[in-house]
Design a protein around this ligand. Structure first.
Ligand code: FES
Ligand SMILES: [Fe+2]
Length: 398
């Protein structure tokens, strides 16, 4: 393997990454250490775990965490690794429990992570020293983030600056109406790069392209955007733009972004024919015909329509595989069957994510070829480009 620093130094500006960044397991190991385990990753919404003992398991690369509501009502995360000989402790995806029993030799932990039972251990064995290891967890206006580092980036800036846009859609009072995960047999970076550019939207996503104006040129979008801005206030929305991402991220803190873009005429939300699919969010009074993009760090994103939010997270599995998890969020008081239909709600981003999976895997196959050479980015791939630059900076951060 060529030295990573040398590889980074030779990386052509304005071009895709060199093959080795995608294919070399040693580079992946470095990414795990310096990027994947060091950054905040979206693990769901607080509303999934309301009662003491409600838990879910969250996996990223080589790590697995149990996220659990404690007896004091606090949400915490613990490494899902037994303090005896290291077995995974919790094999269920989610549920409610009073204790976690390790399937190997039966050590038991309570929902606050304390070891409560361990058979046949010597008399001087002190259970209080063998609780589950804590994992960093933060809640940002209802969204739960996990970081597998004891010294994670700060989230105060994101929490403060995103408070207003997140309040418009009342993120704190949403619930998960649907969740799906998509296994993508490709290097994780290709999946996130793909999410960050819409150069491919016109060719790969006819459903998305007929309603979202993101991939049309500025000139064509301008009147639509103006029309949306004119309507915004009456609909209960404010025009806010935040770009604290990549090189603009606050020092030592997670990067974030927010902006709103018009949908094409006639589309109120991201659904078939653009018709509402759930009750208006938060205090919104009407549809302005827009959709908001949120970015939270390098792995997690959300798209807020006026009546639902689609949250996206990309989690590496190993250097050859990753997972895309998608949450569809609606008002907490919306009732399935009466206020929304899951098939209607998920339609757009389910077909779009399936299509993305196909193009990402095709990309991955080509990238492994001996003929692959990093080509130049278009003007529609600037976010992807700055994300790659962020990746390279993180890789060099000791
Ligand atoms: S590894 Fe968990 S009880 Fe032995
Ligand atoms: Fe896509």
């Amino acid at each position: 393997m060529r030295n990573v620093d040398e590889l980074i130094a030779n990386q052509k500006p304005g071009c895709a990454l060199e093959q080795q960044f995608y294919t070399d397991p040693a580079i992946y190991d470095l990414e795990v250490e310096r990027i994947i385990n060091r950054n905040w990753i979206l693990a769901g919404h607080e509303s999934e775990l309301l009662e003491a003992g409600d838990f879910k398991v969250f996996r990223v690369a080589k790590e697995s965490a149990i996220i659990v509501r404690g007896s004091d009502g606090e949400l915490r995360a613990f490494a899902n690794v037994c303090r005896h000989r290291g077995s995974l402790v919790c094999l269920e995806e989610k549920g409610n429990t009073r204790k976690f029993t390790c399937p190997y030799h039966g050590w038991m932990y309570d929902i606050d992570g304390k070891l409560t039972a361990a058979r046949s251990m010597p008399p001087d064995f002190d259970k209080s020293e063998y609780g589950l290891n804590p994992v960093s967890l933060e809640i940002i206006h209802g969204l739960v983030f996990v970081c597998f580092s004891s010294d994670p980036p700060g989230v105060e800036s994101a929490r403060r600056e995103l408070a207003e846009p997140m309040a418009m859609f009342d993120f704190e009072n949403l619930k998960v109406a649907a969740y799906r995960d998509y296994d993508i047999p490709a290097n994780w970076k290709l999946a996130i790069e793909n999410y960050q550019e819409c150069y491919h939207c016109a060719t790969a996503h006819p459903e998305y392209a007929q309603m979202h104006t993101l991939m049309v040129f500025h000139k064509k979008r301008e009147p639509l955007q103006q029309h949306m801005l004119d309507r915004m206030e009456a609909c209960g929305l404010k025009n806010i733009e935040i770009l604290r991402y990549d090189e603009n991220a606050p020092e030592g803190e997670m990067g974030y972004l927010y902006s709103r873009t018009a949908l094409f005429e006639g589309y109120l939300t991201g659904s078939k024919e653009g018709k509402p699919v759930a009750p208006l969010l938060g205090g919104l009074k009407d549809y302005d015909g827009g959709a908001s993009d949120f970015g939270f760090g390098g792995f997690s994103f959300a798209l807020a329509y006026s009546d639902h939010v689609v949250a996206y997270v990309f989690t590496p599995v190993d250097h050859l595989n990753c997972r895309c998890e998608v949450y569809w969020l609606v008002r907490a008081d919306a009732e399935e069957g009466r206020d929304y239909d899951v098939d209607e709600l998920v339609w757009l981003w389910d077909v779009t994510t399936d299509a993305d999976k196909t193009i990402i895997v095709n990309n991955w196959k080509g990238v492994q070829s001996k003929y692959y050479r990093p080509g130049p980015f278009s003007g529609h791939e600037s976010l992807e480009q700055s994300w790659i630059e962020w990746v390279l900076r993180e890789l060099q951060r000791p």
